[in-house]
Write a protein that binds this ligand. Sequence first.
Ligand code: NAD
Length: 242
Amino acid sequence: MTEHEGRIVVVTGAGSGIGAACCELFGSAGATVIGWDLRPSDESSTAVDVGDWDAVSAAADVLADLHGRVDVLVNCAGVITPNLSAEDVDPQDYRRNFDVNVMGIVHATKALHRLLVASDSAAIVNVASQAALVSLPCQTAYSASKGAVAALTRALAIDWAAQGIRVNAVCPGFTATPMAMGQMTPELDAAVSRRVPLGRIFQPAEIAEAIAFLGSRRASAITGVVLPVDGGWTAGEPALPM
Ligand code: NAD
């Protein structure tokens, strides 16, 4: 039997990047995967804007009728706004980051709460960012939203521990997805690789491995953790030639 056999897994942001890698990994481990995305990539995904409470609530009702429970919720849907120094950031960019990156998680966790309670091994994994832990230049709005994801993760973990729902987050470093590659230049790629102690950017499947672990029964004692998956970026600078 594979690790997620028979489990019901919901992945937001399923249409691309890390979310798509999660769908593939959970699916190959035996789960029934339901993807939600603004732009669903295949017939197993549903068009849901996680920033829209009514849409999320309606999608949760469909899941309730079809499956009656959810075992794992991966909150991966996210947006990033252009690199700008703080004084040039439009307040609307803060709203856009918070509407999806934070309120998307608020909506999905609230709408699916009753279905998670119905599971005997419920887990939520939120996708934050290394920007939740250390500052990235010219990304005040995104960083603030991801900091809120880390705080929300810990708060949900405490509120729902007694109900048997574990809540954790991962903080990916630079990962080769359309979101990150849209901002990547050869110069930035080289600079990032120099800055990451493991010396490279990561593949979406490598982030999905950490998410699948936190969502599995193997992580049964872990809740409230905000886990860097960043090749050591937040641990410090790469070793110097001393
Ligand atoms: P991506 O752009 O490849 O995928 C994001 C997906 O989210 C897209 O399919 C998009 O359609 C979907 N989405 C956006 N807004 C949505 C909404 N309102 N409702 C439903 N779906 C929506 O990006 P990715 O890199 O795979 O990002 C996934 C997550 O990982 C994001 O939360 C991102 O902030 C985080 N992250 C990414 C990196 C990186 O370097 N790629 C680093 C740290 C954190």
